[in-house]
Design a protein around this ligand. Structure first.
Ligand SMILES: Cc1ncc(COP(=O)(O)O)c(C=O)c1O
Length: 354
């Protein structure tokens, strides 16, 4: 370890108050958090402290102008009692791509990785072990200058806290292809994991949920024609025996780590995967011809989540035989097995904390 991390332990753990058989996503926080500060030149004051409120000026620019970015990742306990992470360096790299796009400083690898690992060692007891559960980690960075003027902040905070979680969705999803609002435009910040992307979709998503859908299926901003992603996942469709997923070339969707993993796994099994534009018309046509066999979302929180219905301009496309979806089942099981250490890791994705 090269980074100095001061550790202040919580006097009383809250872990006994948690019912690990009944965890609500994102509502329960482990005992500690890792914090680092950017002073305008370098990252300093790396420390682990009890999880709790932090004091901030009401003038900080993150709140007013949105310089705020985050990541989402999961830690697992193996059957042998080890702790492991899934492709954490990819989260670190993506956080830094988001930082660059938002005019924020990059986080050095050792601050991200060693902060993460030390936090996991301190809060190891919080990693749940039941099937489908994990310790969700939320690294995030935000601007802290107290200055009311539109320019990049000089100072920032980087924090990691964690929550024991089960899968984000426990039912197949019903999604609405959105033809009025958009999530991201070419040249914008769609591929950055910045707070504003999520703020911008709250209203349309709530409207869709009031209409009975779980999520929005976002379409491109120019023509409302090409599939992009849902509000929380990348998407895959199986047309015939091919797997198709929107390409990330236009930088309007998140470059998901789950997405990339599913592509690599599928190709290694000989499944043909196309990363390209998919129009909603192509989806409708495949559905009408009975060729739309499977559709799923892919993301860290959601894992691999079945999409059973797509609503588009008054038409409900209800997919069938959900319990027989071959690609979905195989990919979901392989990801779960690799992440928890119960299956071999052919791509060296797993990072063992110990
Ligand atoms: C908008 C969006 N797309 C895709 C993803 C999936 O990304 P990943 O697989 O890296 O979690 C997420 C989740 O982080 C997301 O919020």
């Amino acid at each position: 370890m090269t980074l100095e991390i001061a550790v202040e332990k919580a006097q009383n753990s809250r872990i006994d108050q948690v019912d690990f058989n009944n965890i609500q996503f994102g509502k329960i926080f482990s005992d500690h958090q890792f914090i680092a500060e950017y002073d305008g030149e370098k990252w300093t004051k790396t420390r682990i402290v009890p999880y709790g409120n932090i004091s901030l000026s009401p003038a900080i620019s993150a709140i007013h102008y949105g310089q705020a970015i985050f990541e989402g990742m999961k830690a697992y306990k193996t059957a042998e009692g080890g702790i492991q992470l899934f492709r954490p360096q990819d989260n670190w790299k993506r956080l830094n791509r988001s930082a660059t796009r938002m005019g924020m400083p990059e986080i050095p690898e050792e601050v991200f990785m060693e902060g993460l690992e030390e936090l996991l060692r301190v809060d190891e007891a919080w990693i749940p072990t039941t099937k489908g559960s994990a310790l969700y980690l939320r690294p995030f960075m935000f601007a802290t200058d107290d200055f009311i003027g539109v320019r990049p902040s000089d100072t920032y905070k980087f924090i990691i806290f964690s929550c024991p979680v089960n899968a984000y969705y426990n039912q197949p999803l019903k999604v609405k292809a959105e033809t009025e609002y958009i999530r991201a435009a070419e040249g914008g910040v769609g591929s950055a994991k910045c707070a504003g992307n999520y703020g911008a979709v709250m209203h349309p998503t709530r409207e869709a949920q009031r209409q009975g859908f779980n999520q929005i299926l976002w379409l491109d901003s120019k023509e409302h024609k090409f599939l992009e992603e849902t509000g929380t996942t990348n998407i895959f469709v199986r047309i015939g025996d091919k797997l198709v997923t929107p390409s990330t070339d236009k930088h309007t969707i998140l470059e998901g780590i789950t997405r990339d993993s599913l592509i690599q796994l599928s190709r290694s099994w000989g499944i043909e995967v196309e990363e390209r534009d998919i129009s909603i018309d192509e989806l409708v046509e495949a559905f009408d011809k009975g060729e739309l066999k499977e559709m799923f979302g892919a993301g860290t929180a959601a894992t691999v989540a079945q999409i059973e219905l797509v609503h588009y301009q008054g038409k409900d496309m209800q997919l069938t035989n959900l319990d027989q979806w071959e690609y979905y089942t195989r990919l979901k099981n392989a990801m779960e097995g690799i992440k928890t250490g119960s299956e071999a890791d052919p791509f060296n994705w797993v990072h063992k904390v110990y």
